[in-house]
Design a protein around this ligand. Structure first.
Ligand SMILES: Nc1ncnc2c1ncn2[C@@H]1O[C@H](COP(=O)(O)OP(=O)(O)OP(=O)(O)O)[C@@H](O)[C@H]1O
Ligand SMILES: [Mg+2]
Length: 608
C-alpha cells in the first residue's frame, strides 16, 4: 500500500471519491448474488407498474365514481385501486427485502475479506498504518458501502423507475402541462441544488468536528488510569467540551442553511403545484380536461417530485460510498513483503530446532541508515539454551523478530533445521517457534480459551496439563469459575506474574521445537518470580531456547550467554567466565542482577 494515500482519513474524515469508479469494485462481491438481484428487479418492475397504475384508477374514481347512476363501476374502480395497492405493497416489500439482503450480505463478505487480508500483513504495514485507521475502515467505511449497496441501491432503482415512468405518464396525461412543468424545473432545482451543496459541505465539517472530539475521548479513555493518576480530568474535560462546542457551532451553521433550504423547497414546490393547478383548473373550466385527468396529473407530478428528491439524496451517499470503497480496496490490495515463495521448501519433519544465523545485516524499513543487526552470526544447537544479554536497544528483540520472519534481513540468511527461512512458508516456520513476549498479550476471554490459543485444536485436558506445567493451575482453580473465568479486557483481572504464566502455558501447549522468551523487565516479588522461573524451566526442557534475560537465575542456567551491543555480538560464554573477563557483561551483571533475591545470590555463589 502506498504511504501517501494513508493520511486521507486519519482523523475519521470520510472524503468522497473523485469518481465513482471504485464502486465498480463491489461488482465481484455482488456477482454471487446475481439471481437474487434479478428477482429484485422483477419485483421492482411489478411494484412500479402497479404504482403507476394507481393515478389512472384515481382518475376514473374522480370522473365517474361520484355519480349515482353508475354504482357498479364505482365498486369496480375502488376494487381496482385496492388491488393495485395490494400488489404494490407485496412486491415493494419483497424488493426491499431482497435488495437490503444483498447489501448486508455483500458488506459482510467485504468485511471478512478485508480482515482476512490485513491480519496476514507484515509488521511493516502496521508500522505505517495506525490500527485505529484500519478499524475505522472496517467499520465506518463498510457501513457506508452497505448504505449504498443496500438502501441506496433500493432507493436509486425505485426512484429511477418511477421517474421515467412518471415522465412518460405525464406526457400521456397532458403534454401541455408537462412541458410547462419541465420549464419550471430549472427555477426550482437550481437554487435547491446550490444550497444543498452548501449543506453537504457544512455537514462534512460537522462530521469532522465530531471525529475530533471522539478521538480525544478515545485516547483518554484508553489511558484512563494515567489520566486519573495525573489528575487530568478537568483539563481533558475542558478540551473535550471545547471540541464538542466547535462541532455544535458547525452543526448550528448547517441547521441554519438547511432550514432555509427546506423553506425554499416548500415554497418553490408549492408554487409550482399551484401554478399547474391554476392552469389545470382553467382547462377543466374550459372543458378541455376532466377533473380526473387533472387529479391523475397531479399525482404523477407528486411521484415525480418525490423520486427526484430521493435520487438527489442518494447521490451524495453514492459519492461517499465510492470514497469508502476506494479505501477498502486499498487495504485489500496492500501487499505483504513477507510471502511464501511459489514453491516453498518443506522443513524436515524431524527437525529439532537447529538454528543458524549467518552474517545478518538488518535495518528496520523505517530506519534505513541505522543498523539494528550488524554481521550477526550465531549457531544454536537443538536443545541448547541461549541467553541474550545487552543494553537497551542492542537488538535483542530484533533477533526474535527475524527468527519469526516478521522482517527479512538485507544480507545474510537464517537457517532453521537446515532450511533458509525465506525459502520456506512463513506459516511453517512460525509453527516451529513458540514465543513468550515481554508484555504478555491476553485476549478478553476465559483462562481456558486464552491458553488454547497456543494450539486451537487442543482438548480441555491438554490445556489443563499445560497450565499445570506452567504452574498456572493453582491460581486458575482459585478463580471464581476456574478455567471458565473471564479474564477481563487484555487479561486485566490477573496480576503480572499470573499473566506471564498464562502466556507460558500457551507456549507449552503449542510445544514447538524452538522457544523464544523475552523476560519481563518489571520486577516480580520473589514468590511469583520463583513460580514464573519454575514454569520457564519446564518450558525450556527439551527445547531449543533463546531467552532475552533480565534475571540472574536465567543467565546462570543458560548453556551460553550471548552479549550484544549495537547490533553486534561482543562476547559469548558462561556467566562465571564472562564475569571474570570483566567488560560489558560484568558491568551489566553488576547493574541488573544486583538486586537479585537472596536465594539466587546463593545460587550465584555456588556457580562462581
Ligand atoms: N519497529 C521498529 N522500527 C524502527 N526501529 C526499530 C523498531 N524496533 C526497534 N527498532 C530499533 O532497533 C534497535 C534495536 O531494537 P530492539 O528492540 O531489538 O532492542 P532490544 O535489545 O530488544 O532493547 P530492550 O532491551 O530495550 O528491549 C533500537 O535502536 C530500536 O530503536
Ligand atoms: Mg527488547
Amino acid at each position: 500500500m502506498s504511504n501517501a494515500k494513508q493520511s486521507d482519513s486519519s482523523r475519521g474524515e470520510r472524503p468522497r471519491a473523485s469518481s465513482l469508479k471504485p464502486l465498480k469494485l463491489t461488482v465481484p462481491f455482488i456477482k454471487p448474488y446475481t439471481g437474487r438481484l434479478l428477482l429484485a428487479f422483477v419485483c421492482l418492475s411489478v411494484a412500479s407498474v402497479s404504482m403507476l397504475g394507481m393515478p389512472i384508477a384515481i382518475r376514473y374514481v374522480i370522473d365517474y365514481g361520484f355519480s349515482s347512476d353508475n354504482l357498479k363501476s364505482i365498486d369496480l374502480y375502488f376494487m381496482a385501486l385496492l388491488g393495485l395497492a395490494l400488489i404494490y405493497a407485496v412486491f415493494a416489500s419483497f424488493r426491499y427485502y431482497l435488495v437490503m439482503w444483498i447489501g448486508e450480505r455483500v458488506v459482510a463478505d467485504i468485511r471478512s475479506a478485508v480482515y482476512r487480508h490485513i491480519i496476514k500483513l507484515s509488521p511493516t504495514f502496521f508500522e505505517v498504518t495506525r490500527t485505529g485507521e484500519v478499524l475505522s475502515r472496517l467499520t465506518t467505511d463498510t457501513t457506508l458501502v452497505q448504505s449504498v449497496v443496500g438502501a441506496g441501491m433500493s432507493i436509486a432503482l425505485r426512484s429511477s423507475f418511477t421517474l421515467i415512468g412518471c415522465l412518460v405518464m405525464l406526457f400521456v396525461t397532458s403534454a401541455k402541462l408537462t412541458l410547462m412543468i419541465l420549464a419550471l424545473v430549472p427555477v426550482v432545482v437550481l437554487p435547491v441544488w446550490l444550497y444543498s451543496r452548501k449543506v453537504r459541505r457544512l455537514s462534512r465539517a460537522t462530521q469532522d468536528r465530531i471525529a475530533d472530539s471522539s478521538s480525544i475521548a478515545d485516547e483518554s479513555l484508553n489511558a484512563i488510569q494515567i489520566v486519573q493518576a495525573f489528575t487530568l480530568e478537568n483539563f481533558l474535560g475542558e478540551r473535550f467540551a471545547d471540541s464538542v462546542e466547535t462541532s455544535f457551532s458547525a452543526a448550528r451553521k448547517r441547521l441554519q442553511v438547511s432550514s432555509l433550504l427546506s423553506g425554499l423547497i416548500v415554497l418553490t414546490a408549492f408554487g409550482a403545484i399551484v401554478v399547474v393547478l391554476w392552469i389545470g383548473a382553467h382547462s377543466v373550466a374550459d372543458n378541455t380536461m376532466t377533473p380526473g385527468t387533472l387529479g391523475q396529473f397531479l399525482m404523477y407530478a407528486t411521484f415525480l417530485a418525490g423520486s427526484t428528491t430521493a435520487l438527489g439524496e442518494v447521490w451524495s451517499d453514492v459519492q461517499r460510498a465510492a470514497g469508502a470503497m476506494e479505501r477498502l480496496m486499498e487495504l485489500l490490495s496492500a501487499q505483504t513483503d513477507i510471502k511464501a515463495p511459489a514453491n516453498p521448501l518443506a522443513l524436515p519433519p524431524e527437525g529439532r530446532g537447529h538454528i543458524q544465523i549467518q552474517r545478518i545485516d538488518f535495518n528496520y524499513p523505517s530506519r534505513p541508515d541505522q543498523k539494528a543487526l550488524d554481521k550477526y552470526t550465531l549457531e544454536i544447537q537443538s536443545g541448547e539454551t541461549i541467553a541474550l544479554v545487552g543494553p537497551s536497544g542492542a537488538g535483542k528483540t530484533t533477533v526474535f523478530q527475524l527468527l519469526l520472519r516478521f522482517y527479512d534481513p538485507q544480507a545474510g540468511q537464517i537457517l532453521l533445521d537446515g532450511v533458509d527461512i525465506t525459502k520456506a512458508d512463513p506459516e511453517e516456520v512460525r509453527k516451529r517457534i513458540g514465543i513468550v513476549p515481554q508484555n504478555t498479550v491476553l485476549f478478553a476471554e476465559t483462562a481456558m480459551e486464552n491458553i488454547r490459543y497456543g494450539r486451537p485444536t487442543a482438548t480441555d485436558e491438554e490445556v489443563k496439563a499445560a497450565a499445570r506445567a506452567a504452574i498456572a493451575d493453582e491460581f486458575i482453580e482459585k478463580q471464581p469459575e476456574g478455567y471458565h473465568t473471564f479474564l477481563g479486557e487484555k487479561g486485566m483481572r490477573l496480576s503480572g506474574g499470573q499473566q506471564q504464566r498464562i502466556a507460558i502455558a500457551r507456549a507449552i501447549l503449542k510445544n514447538p521445537p524452538v522457544m523464544l522468551l523475552d523476560e519481563a523487565t518489571s520486577a516480580l516479588d520473589s514468590e511469583s518470580e520463583k513460580l514464573v522461573q519454575e514454569a520457564l524451566d519446564h518450558l525450556m526442557q527439551d527445547h531449543t531456547t533463546l531467552v532475552i534475560a533480565h534475571r540472574l537465575s536465567t543467565v546462570i542456567k543458560a548453556d551460553r550467554i550471548v552479549v550484544m551491543d549495537e547490533g553486534k555480538i561482543v562476547d559469548i560464554g558462561r556467566h562465571a567466565e564472562l564475569i571474570r573477563k570483566g567488560g560489558l557483561y560484568a558491568r551489566l551483571a553488576d547493574l541488573q542482577f544486583r538486586h537479585a533475591p537472596d536465594d539466587q545470590e546463593n545460587e550465584l555463589l555456588e556457580v562462581v
